[in-house]
Write a protein that binds this ligand. Sequence first.
Ligand code: PMP
Length: 366
Amino acid sequence: MERAINFNAGPAALPLAALERAREELLDFAGTGMSVMEHSHRGKDYERVHDEAIALLRETASIGDDTEVLFIQGGASQQFAQIPLNFLPDGGSADYVVHGAWGEKAVSEAQAATKWSGGKVRVAATTAQGKQYTRVPTPSEIQLDPKAAYLHLTSNETIHGVQFHEFPDAGKVPLVCDMSSDFLWRKTDLSRFSFIYAGAQKNVGPSGIVIVLAKKDFIAQGRKDLPKIFQYRTVAENNSLYNTPPTFAIYLIRNVLAWIKETGGLSRIEEQNRKKAALIYGVLDEHAGFYASPVERASRSTMNIVFRLPSDDHEARFLAEAKKLRMVGLKGHRSVGGIRASLYNAVSLEWTTALADFMRDFAKRG
Ligand code: PMP
């Protein structure tokens, strides 16, 4: 069996070591005679995995004691609504920065949430040019309301391939960030954020689960008149075991985090990721007359590299030829078209080199 060279945007490639470990442990987890999926989420065997996943995350991302690590179902999309329900008080206002499709969705769900929560949603900056996004806003373009309940950012726009490399300074306004497509790919000072959320299915695991890193004092400010299941304090008070969590997804996150640790931690992952992105952008720049990269250089995403070829026909041929080389997941999002290569943590330098070689060869042939 030959594994596919997987550039999917999410669900995405998982490290082979994490999958092999799951295969080895599938029928007989830790000598218990059953899979981890068949264990009670209240039992000691599962609890060890759960706690190990949280401990590895704390260690890998250097998460302080002032911060809770939570596992929540419903995807990052659910967070778009749950965040304003918790943190946008009646009469208050929340600021949003928009530089792509996911930020737009976050705004629209927050607006819908205000029907229940009260409060207002303000767009503090947008870089939309019609339906196009090619950059993040500059700090001076962000019209921050100093009284905002929070400032919401999307650190990396997965569809448009536009990424913040430096986060704006929000002063005393709590920073809330959707890090779904660039969580845990580099060393970052996460302590500046009051609330980070990330769907696991790109850099750290399978779909079905969101990792939340939230400051304890921020969680405490959340509304108390919501159904318990929607309050972050409920999840925090119960170590993400208030109700049955997706145990297998958390188990796989444990495997991925163990792989990150064993292979050199975040510094090695970051070094690899930067090399990978440089390889592909290098080809785009070398063949700038053939490949068009719509994103401004300073906002280019290290995770999702989007580009166009001279015609739809070229793009169709590019995808078909790539597929023959076992390269999958390169079609751009249906809303924008073109090509997108997602280079998450589990995408190897070797795979990326194969893609770069193919791109060079394809450009030469035209
Ligand atoms: N935010 C970003 C940045 C994303 O890339 C995605 C998914 N591609 C989402 C939110 C939505 O995630 P989910 O489908 O898990 O709800």
